[in-house]
Ligand binder design. Structure first.
Ligand SMILES: C[S@@+](CC[C@H](N)C(=O)[O-])C[C@H]1O[C@@H](n2cnc3c(N)ncnc32)[C@H](O)[C@@H]1O
Length: 183
């Protein structure tokens, strides 16, 4: 199976069906970060049709590590499982449930990379729940923080109250990501 063609088809499907997949620039940046960090265990909130998950898993596969991805949409989950089989990816564990309920059940100190791409209004809750799950040094990326800034008011307050330093990277023409790093 030609994974490059598979991902191109998945991208095309995403555009035609208005699936809010991450952009190619974001894919490139995040997979580069996985490479640089030698990421072992990654957590993704918001699987959708697995476009981002499969890109991350292909990079993680090179070092035999894994991705856990959570989405509460059954349609997305089952679509994703089909894609997963077709792309012959074996290092993704997909959880079908609300991430707000599932994150607390995950092992503490387990992840070194977290990608938050779920409901914008809950970004602060996702971050708060994910922090205890991270190892001593980690990267957390939150998507769409420029375009949907007004939906993330609690996130900005939370960052300020907890004195969490971050960078905003305006990597897309109309949007960008937040990067928080602990070393
Ligand atoms: C922007 S899409 C994810 C796109 C995907 N990361 C990609 O780039 O291919 C957001 C997804 O998050 C899921 N989602 C939103 N809030 C969630 C929650 N609380 N728990 C689980 N999934 C959630 C939605 O069902 C949707 O599929």
């Amino acid at each position: 199976m030609d994974r490059t063609q598979f991902l191109l088809n998945l991208r095309k499907y995403g555009i035609e069906n208005t699936v809010p997949n991450i952009t190619d620039v974001s894919v490139r940046l995040l997979t580069d970060l996985i490479k640089i960090q030698w990421t072992k265990t990654m957590l993704e909130i918001g699987t959708a049709n697995w476009f981002s998950s499969i890109n991350f898993a292909i990079e993680l596969e090179k070092t035999w590590w894994e991705l856990i991805t959570i989405d509460f949409s059954p349609k997305s989950h089952w679509e994703a499982l089909e894609n997963f089989k077709e792309a012959q990816i074996n290092n993704i564990h997909a959880i079908l449930w609300n991430a707000l309920d599932e994150i607390p059940k995950l092992e503490n100190d387990y992840f070194d990379f977290v990608f938050i791409d779920g409901m914008m209004r809950r970004s602060m809750d996702f971050l708060d729940l994910c922090l205890p799950k991270t190892k001593s040094w980690w990267i957390i990326i939150i998507d769409d923080v420029i375009k949907f800034r007004e939906k993330m008011v609690w996130l900005w307050e939370y960052l300020e109250e907890n004195d969490i330093k971050y960078n905003i990277l305006p990597i897309d023409p109309d949007d960008g990501i937040m990067m928080i790093i602990k070393k």
